[in-house]
Design a protein around this ligand. Structure first.
Ligand code: HEC
Ligand code: HEC
Length: 252
């Protein structure tokens, strides 16, 4: 009931909302308290996942090589890597996000079973690898083989969907700065993921957040790592071009 009221109000606002302004990070929309907690590594629990990921990175799984054996000095060799994801894999022509690239190394190079999307291990390793690019600007390729994926992501972003018949764009362009159920609507940049969300009581991937938005408008929730969300992730990353990576961010 309260949800319906809140959304009714939002939809009424849609007529008046502007849009098309510069994209800003989700951190700019946090309460001052949460912002301070996020920016203090001793109080931001997301750093536990980063540390765990660092540990896994150096560990040998059975007879296989550790990540660190092929990726020596990751602070240098993988610095900036996350800014270029999602990207089209030259071998398969598939769009891969950072989680997908790490799973590829796990399966094809370490010859180990995949961790699985949203597993503790994959979240930790993704948080660690993304954290190595903190402060560096997002810079994904949207041309060439990436173009069809970019176009699909953009079409998804602009399409009205769900029982509430709302597009991502209507909220994350048209209603930026408005309140919705205790949140302030941001541009949906996604530059802080994997992020520690209070509601999750843990770290979650960007796709987990996208599933929450799909549910919010009563639309289809796609699987973790689904092509639809990968294309959307590429479009969000392109919109966020130039914004620094902030993993591990904190969110409500
Ligand atoms: C046997 C060697 C090997 C192992 C083990 C390995 N990788 Fe890789 N990894 C590679 C190679 C080779 C590439 C492709 C390098 C390139 O062309 O940029 C790569 C690419 C990557 C990339 C993308 C880098 C970029 O700039 O786009 C990431 C991230 C990555 N690996 C993470 C990991 C993680 C995490 C692990 C452990 C779970 C791991 N790798 C294990 C060899 C390995
Ligand atoms: C009814 C409005 C609404 C719609 C429609 C909506 N979202 Fe959201 N979304 C929110 C709210 C509220 C939040 C939490 C506050 C924030 O960060 O914007 C959020 C958060 C996000 C975030 C996380 C941003 C961050 O920095 O933590 C992303 C990314 C996102 N949405 C993408 C999307 C995409 C893609 C779609 C379309 C599939 C979509 N949203 C549809 C309201 C909406």
């Amino acid at each position: 009931m309260r949800l319906k009221l809140a959304l009714g109000l939002l939809i009424a606002l849609l007529g008046t909302a502007a849009g098309g302004e510069e994209i800003t990070s989700g951190s700019a929309f946090l309460s001052p308290d949460l912002r301070r907690q996020q920016d203090d590594p001793t109080r931001n629990p997301g750093w536990f996942w980063v540390e765990q990921g660092q540990g896994l990175f150096g560990r040998k799984p059975g007879a296989s090589q550790a990540c660190s054996q092929c990726h020596a000095e990751p602070e240098k060799s993988l610095r900036g890597a996350a800014t270029h994801y999602p990207q089209v894999d030259a071998g398969t022509g598939q769009l891969l996000n950072l989680e997908g690239r790490i799973e590829q190394c796990r399966v094809e190079r370490q010859k180990q079973p995949a961790f699985g999307y949203e597993s503790g291990e994959l979240l930790a390793l993704t948080s660690y690898v993304a954290s190595l690019s903190r402060g560096l600007p997002m810079d994904v390729e949207t041309r060439g083989p990436a173009q069809p994926f970019y176009n699909a992501g953009r079409a998804f972003f602009e399409r009205r969907q769900g029982q509430l018949n709302l597009s991502c764009k209507q909220c994350h362009d048209g209603l930026v700065g408005q309140k919705l159920r205790g949140d302030t609507i941001s541009h949906g940049a996604g530059t802080g993921y994997p992020a520690y969300r209070l509601e999750w009581n843990g770290v979650g991937s960007l796709h987990r957040r996208l599933r929450a938005c799909s549910l919010g408008v009563r639309a289809t929730q796609f699987d973790y790592g689904a092509p639809e969300y990968l294309a959307l992730e590429l479009y969000l990353a392109a919109r966020a071009r130039g914004l620094p990576i902030e993993t591990p961010a904190m969110r409500r």
